[in-house]
Design a protein. Structure first.
Length: 326
């Protein structure tokens, strides 16, 4: 399993992600439950939690964003950042990349389709996914009106990522409603010396509750065992490709930043196994979906439940991969 260069050493300001929850609360108290009517509060009012006024029957719509050139994966995040910076002052809510993309969900589908194995299934070998076009010239992005923005922010605040280690499953819930289920790989049941940490490390995925605290949009890749940086990967089909540029998601569990990431694997045959050095691995396509359902501050639960239930009844008993019940 690959590691990020800054997996252990980087520190994201903890003041960032709690602000999202406060902002969502302000928005929802001020306007989300006003029967879908328009809201015209100022940005200052929203940030201070003041009630939104409702002078119109229909929410204000904003100018569409027309893509004037092909945008490749390699420049995708910088381009979106430029759009957020340009249009943030024109809307009465704090615009973000996650908000813009969730309002234009076709982008997530397009990004997911850059998955190496999806491309191979269409008889298309891609050596460097960063050169694939994801925002074609002539496509259109829609800014959410204030009502839709409020609804999306409320969705963010009520989203939880749930991982059950022995089940090898990651689920995304919104208000306790299951939205997505993805197969994952988890940490190995052993200890090993890792050069990146310069110590013997328990490779088992840690359990507990916490949140998403950082996104690494341009990850560097290092072998955790010897600390060597690498740029290419050998796929399950034996072909070599460049490492894809897909965000890695850093977690904080039980108040501890232990470098445990949610990230894509270039070898999906390892899914459903205790294979990694502690991280939670996903398919490339699934990693894009998870990223856009996991803005900073998103709640996370990692558990070790051997029994699975349906309507209150046990439907299966899983293998105790870590030997915790012995």
């Amino acid at each position: 399993m690959s590691y990020l260069k800054n997996r252990i050493y980087s520190l994201a300001p903890k003041s960032i992600w709690p602000l999202l929850g406060v902002l969502v609360l302000c928005l929802c108290v001020g306007g989300c439950h006003n029967h879908g009517s328009a809201t015209t509060a100022t940005r200052a009012d929203i940030r201070q939690g003041k009630p939104m006024s409702l002078p119109h029957k229909k929410a204000k719509t904003y100018e569409d964003i027309h893509i004037s050139r092909n945008i490749k994966v390699a420049e995708y995040f910088e381009y979106l950042d430029s759009l957020v910076q340009r249009y943030d002052s024109l809307v009465p809510y704090p615009l973000s990349e996650h908000l813009l993309v969730r309002n234009n969900s076709w982008i997530i589908d397009t990004l997911a389709n850059t998955d190496y194995y999806r491309m191979m299934a269409r008889d298309s070998f891609v050596y460097d996914q960063r050169q694939m076009v994801v925002l074609p010239e002539g496509s259109v992005l829609h800014l959410p009106d204030s009502t839709k923005a409020c609804r999306l922010l409320d969705d963010f605040a009520h989203t939880e990522i749930d991982v059950n280690i022995p089940e090898f499953k990651l689920r995304i819930f919104q208000d306790s409603v299951l939205l997505h289920t993805f197969p994952v790989r988890v940490g190995q049941n052993r200890q090993r010396y890792l050069k990146m940490g310069d110590r013997i490390t328990d490779l088992r995925t840690k359990t507990g509750e916490g949140s998403i605290i950082r996104h690494a949009k341009h990850p560097d890749f290092y072998n955790p065992v010897n600390g060597h940086q690498f740029y290419v990967t050998k796929r399950d089909d034996g072909k070599l490709t460049q490492m894809p540029q897909i965000p890695w998601i850093e977690t904080e569990i039980n108040g501890i930043r232990n470098g445990q990431m949610i990230h894509p694997t270039t070898n999906p045959k390892s899914l459903g196994k205790a294979y990694s050095n502690g991280c939670i691995g996903t398919r490339e396509a699934d990693a894009w979906v998870i990223y856009y359902y996991a803005p900073l501050g998103t709640r996370l639960k990692i558990r070790y439940d051997l029994e699975t239930y349906f309507e209150g009844s046990v439907i299966s008993v899983l293998k105790d991969i870590y030997g915790l019940e012995e």
